[in-house]
Design a protein around this ligand. Structure first.
Ligand SMILES: Nc1ncnc2c1ncn2[C@@H]1O[C@H](COP(=O)(O)OP(=O)(O)O)[C@@H](O)[C@H]1O
Ligand SMILES: [Mg+2]
Length: 366
């Protein structure tokens, strides 16, 4: 008997007592769980088994709290649905399984009538945590507004900064006591520091110096530089599409993009881990970036097996100053995104513990 059929039979046997007809529910992509008034699972459909990493034969009869960690938010929601006898919906709630795996889901809890204390029907739809930021068009728009804001801010900051620095310099020459120039030095140094920061937020000043590029020459350069920097601590896997044609781009700036992303991957690796970074190149046909449809797009994926990006960083991952490291500047990804945008391209990211993928999409106008 094939494994699927065997699983189906086991499920049927386990659920016979619940009197729940699963043949329809099993065809749903949404996970459905029926929880009795006593908090025990009475039925679960196939999608639910997969999502909750629990077979029906194991789950049925168990308290729901044995299958997933019922946080206060979950408990309140379940109680409310039961006591108010009204369906509750919660979008983007975190579900933590007993195994520790986390998943963000849209949850609907519907009380089933007929009993004094209603049973609860839970519908769970997993959401790709990164949908929000990997949705190409949204991300493109957000980046465009961000560039405007940074430009405006930089202008407003740099003008008075020039004045402050100039005044401090004049003042230092007029000081009666040379020792006082310690103070004017601080003003000038800090003004310079701010100016450098603002300049870096603006991204590389140089215009793109486009010429025909072979993407694999750039990825190979990344592996060489990183291997030297990390003293060989990282294993590089290459998965190249050798048929990718050359295309017009600025190879130095693209090198910067890939170095920023690859360095982050390395920095995120625990010291004793077997860090592997995979560089994967592919072409994508008929792909739209920022409203422009391209016949051919080059996709460079930088994949690492590190711990993944913390949830709280995700919404602002590509913003300047967003960092998870004590001595980080939070500029690496912002600059990488800016350079890629200048090429008409986009960087997307997907992450989970053990697998983080940054995808650099570059139009190939050949
Ligand atoms: N591959 C990755 N794995 C885990 N965390 C990452 C990864 N890439 C980026 N991050 C997180 O994103 C943050 C922002 O990166 P970045 O913009 O380069 O700034 P910085 O490196 O200066 O902190 C990092 O501090 C890190 O917390
Ligand atoms: Mg960085």
């Amino acid at each position: 008997m094939n494994p699927y059929m065997r699983r189906l039979r086991q499920r049927r046997a386990a659920q016979q007592s619940s009197g729940f007809d699963n043949s329809v529910l099993d065809t749903l992509a949404t996970s459905v769980i029926l929880v009795g008034a006593d908090g025990r699972v009475e039925a679960i459909n196939l999608a639910g088994e997969t999502l909750l990493e629990a077979s029906a034969s194991r789950a049925i009869g168990e308290p729901l709290s044995e299958i997933l960690q019922l946080s206060d938010e979950w408990i309140t929601l379940l109680h409310q649905a039961q006591s108010e006898d009204f369906p509750m919906v919660r979008r983007g709630i975190i579900m933590i399984l007993r195994s520790g795996h986390q998943q963000t889901v849209d949850l609907t809890v519907s009380p089933l009538h007929g009993d004094e204390t209603p049973k609860l029907l839970l519908e769970l739809a997993p959401i790709d945590r990164l949908n929000a930021i990997s949705e190409g068009e949204n991300l493109w728009q957000a980046q465009a507004s961000l560039r405007q804001i940074i430009k405006g801010l930089a202008h407003e900051v740099k003008n008075p900064l020039g004045g402050i620095r100039g005044a401090a310099q004049l003042l230092s020459k007029e000081l009666p006591e040379p020792a006082l120039s310690e103070y004017t030095d601080v003003i000038m140094e800090e003004a310079d520091r701010l100016r450098t920061l603002v300049d870096r937020m603006l991204g590389p000043r140089e215009q793109l110096n486009k010429r025909p590029c072979n993407i694999h020459e750039i990825t190979e350069r990344v592996t060489q530089l990183l291997a030297a920097e990390t003293l060989g601590a990282i294993d590089f896997d290459r998965d190249y599409d050798p048929s990718l044609p050359e295309f017009e781009a600025d190879p130095d700036q693209l090198l910067q993009v890939m170095l920023n992303i690859t360095r982050n991957a390395w920095q995120a690796m625990p010291n004793d881990s077997e860090g592997v970074i995979t560089l994967r190149t592919r072409s994508r046909r008929q792909y739209t970036i920022g409203g422009n449809r391209h016949k051919l797009v080059c996709a460079v994926e930088i994949i690492d097996n590190g711990p993944g990006i913390p949830d709280e960083l995700l919404p602002g991952l590509f913003l300047p100053m967003v960092t998870g490291r004590a001595n980080g500047t939070g500029l690496g990804l912002s600059i990488a995104q800016m350079i890629t945008n200048r090429h008409g391209g986009l960087i997307q990211c997907q992450t989970e513990p053990g697998r983080t993928v940054f995808t650099i999409l570059l139009p190939m106008e050949v």
